[in-house]
Ligand binder design. Structure first.
Ligand SMILES: Cc1cc2nc3c(=O)[nH]c(=O)nc-3n(C[C@H](O)[C@H](O)[C@H](O)COP(=O)(O)OP(=O)(O)OC[C@H]3O[C@@H](n4cnc5c(N)ncnc54)[C@H](O)[C@@H]3O)c2cc1C
Ligand SMILES: C=Cc1c2[nH]c(c1C)Cc1[nH]c(c(CCC(=O)O)c1C)Cc1[nH]c(c(C)c1CCC(=O)O)Cc1[nH]c(c(C)c1C=C)C2
Length: 546
């Protein structure tokens, strides 16, 4: 094929042949890229998966040591069919573990823990209105302990059952604006603010409601769509969403050969989430723990893409920095799943406009691009006897048993840690019996200074937070298992995000066979990434067949 070179890169090597030639090149071996590669390979596409790090999984990284199993990145997934399907295909379905569905998330308020409502089987809090969003966009109504005051409950009740002011025409509302308009300030501060921390580590004053919590934002539209409700009372929208969801699930039921699962139930694998990318790696011919070139493998580790250009045959030529020096790959189609901030320079030759749209997609705030704040994941263990001697509300039992998903700290409560996952309560075998294992997330959009602290300082902050919420005053120092900084952790779907994505889609039409994807486009949740891998493989296959 014809040599490719541009004036912008005078030092570019001229290639008479590429080191590899494939039908589909996948850039980035996180959960999005590896599941895509698995599906492409399975459907017979000649593909290559390239990853800058020395392992597959991206920010999914499970560790095991001294009788403890813990996660450095995501903790669990809300189970969806795409996960059960891929586990079945990879023959790791016997490794799947699901948490007890009735374990609620708790919110720390006024020195006490308050349970948030859970789906079926939960011991529903008693006393006040329960009004909480599930991430699938279903509003759960019921009774909510004493987390809300009586005026707060009345305000939420009016918004939920009677109606609320309409959104200003055409405005991209922030999460804070949307929630205070529909349900009031108190629901925002005590329920939604911590929920936003627990998903985006984000700032509800800059996140776009439609972009970040689109499924929930749509319940307002559903409520207006219902003829007999003219005031937007979102309860009816919640019902409409539930009906829609039930229809969707009936239309596409799980395969009878898959293991039984409950939609949305927190899940993982016995040895942690890395089980999935590890199984994909093995399936693609790259043994786990071997970062070097393996003959016949469909994976290249430690390959960092530096440039992507069009070639004269309508395909693409990718250049990589690798341990063996510069390498090139010629591909009919290319899918990038690398983070936006890693990609903007790479795609400048093919998509200059998208390149500048994504230009500042990193740690700097208030610029173009997609903001990715830093988050520390700190795993610590304390002996069970170090936990406060208190009984939890709603007959959940003693705090030391940690009967829950975890605890969230609203920004109003003076605890720096955003939230603590009660890892050893969720899945079996995560730590010795006399310990509780806690995964703490600290930092995020509202606390970017966390990245400037020393590891010891971060661990001290986490220990202090655990003492404020969970531990006795005389609790011993924790056993620290891991403290991992993700400098650009989770893409923030801020005001203007949807417009940016629309522009990306328009520009992408100029480069057939090249797709710029990732968790900043198809959703940040682990199951969203797995579903993307399944859906996008079909898009690539269709394109290649045409
Ligand atoms: C701390 C944390 C906790 C989370 N908790 C949860 C949770 O509990 N549940 C949940 O559902 N979701 C959670 N998430 C979100 C979810 O884990 C992520 O959205 C998901 O793992 C992203 O996968 P990805 O493949 O899209 O991106 P990534 O994992 O970022 O993968 C992108 C890959 O591209 C590679 N790359 C970068 N530059 C280049 C280059 N130049 N050349 C080649 N490769 C390159 C990177 O090394 C990386 O492996 C969490 C995320 C974080 C950070
Ligand atoms: C406090 C900080 C964080 C906690 N988790 C995350 C952060 C930043 C990251 C995260 N957690 C979830 C997602 C996916 C979102 C989705 O749409 O499903 C992300 C990006 C999952 C999640 N987190 C909470 C719930 C209820 C869920 C969905 C269920 C599941 O995946 O099993 C709430 C929650 N997050 C954290 C805590 C301590 C907590 C509740 C107590 C930590």
């Amino acid at each position: 094929f014809a040599p490719t070179h541009t004036l912008r890169r005078p030092n570019l090597r001229l290639h008479s042949t590429a080191d590899n030639e494939v039908d589909c090149l996948v850039i980035g071996g996180g959960i999005s890229g590896s599941t895509l590669a698995h599906n492409l390979h399975r459907s017979g596409v000649n593909m290559l998966l390239t990853e800058a790090r020395d392992y597959l999984g991206g920010n999914v990284k499970s560790r095991k040591e001294d009788g403890f199993i813990w996660e450095e990145g995501p903790n669990s997934f809300a189970t969806q069919p795409s996960i059960v399907r891929i586990a079945h295909e990879l023959n790791i379905d016997d490794q799947l573990v699901f948490a007890d569905e009735s374990l609620p998330p708790w919110v720390h308020h006024n020195g006490k823990l308050h349970p948030l409502p859970k789906g079926k089987g939960g011991k529903g809090p008693k006393g006040q209105l329960e009004l909480v969003f599930g991430s699938n966009g279903v509003l759960k109504f019921g009774l909510l302990g004493d987390l809300l005051s009586i005026p707060g409950t009345i305000r939420a009740g009016i918004g939920a059952f009677l109606g609320h002011p309409k959104a200003p025409e055409g405005k991209d509302e922030t999460i804070r604006e949307w929630v205070t308009r529909t349900l009031g300030e108190e629901v925002f501060l005590r329920c939604i603010d911590p929920f936003v921390s627990g998903v985006y580590a984000g700032d509800p004053e800059t996140l776009s409601m439609k972009a970040a919590l689109g499924k929930i934002a749509r319940i307002e539209k559903y409520s207006y769509d219902i003829e007999w409700n003219k005031f937007g009372a979102i309860f009816y929208g919640g019902l409409a969403r539930q009906v829609e969801l039930t229809k969707e699930r009936k239309a596409d039921p799980p395969d009878p050969s898959w293991v039984d699962f409950e939609y949305g139930n927190p899940g993982s694998f016995k040895e942690g989430l890395s089980t999935l990318p590890n199984a994909i790696s093995e399936g693609l011919g790259q043994p786990v723990g071997v970062p070097d070139f393996v003959s016949g493998s469909k994976v290249r580790l430690q390959w960092k893409i530096t440039s992507l250009q069009s070639d004269s045959n309508g395909g693409y030529l990718a250049t990589y920095d690798t341990p063996e020096g510069e390498k090139t790959v010629k591909a009919k189609t290319v899918v990038s799943t690398a983070p936006a901030h890693a990609l903007s320079e790479v795609i400048r030759p093919v998509l200059p406009k998208v390149s500048s749209l994504l230009e500042s997609s990193r740690k700097v705030r208030q610029q173009k691009g997609i903001y990715h704040p830093p988050v520390y994941a700190v795993t610590v263990a304390y002996p069970k006897k170090a936990f406060k001697d208190v009984e939890l509300a709603n007959h959940f039992g003693p705090l030391r048993d940690l009967p829950g998903f975890g605890s969230l700290n609203p920004r109003t409560e003076g605890v720096r840690t955003l939230g603590t996952l009660w890892s050893s309560s969720l899945f079996p075998g995560r730590c010795p019996k006399d310990y509780n294992l806690l995964l703490n997330y600290i930092g995020g959009s509202r606390d970017v200074g966390i990245a400037d602290l020393s590891v010891e300082e971060v661990i001290n902050e986490v220990d202090k937070g655990c003492r404020q919420v969970l531990l006795k005053e005389d609790a011993p120092k924790p056993k620290v298992l891991g403290a991992k900084l993700w400098p650009t952790a989770i893409p923030q779907y801020e005001i203007g995000h949807l417009e940016l994505m629309e522009e990306l889609e328009r520009e992408e039409k100029n480069t057939p066979g090249l797709w710029i994807c990732g968790n900043y486009r198809s959703g940040v949740a682990f199951p969203d990434c797995v579903t993307f891998g399944y859906d996008h493989a079909k898009v690539v296959k269709d394109f290649l067949q045409k």
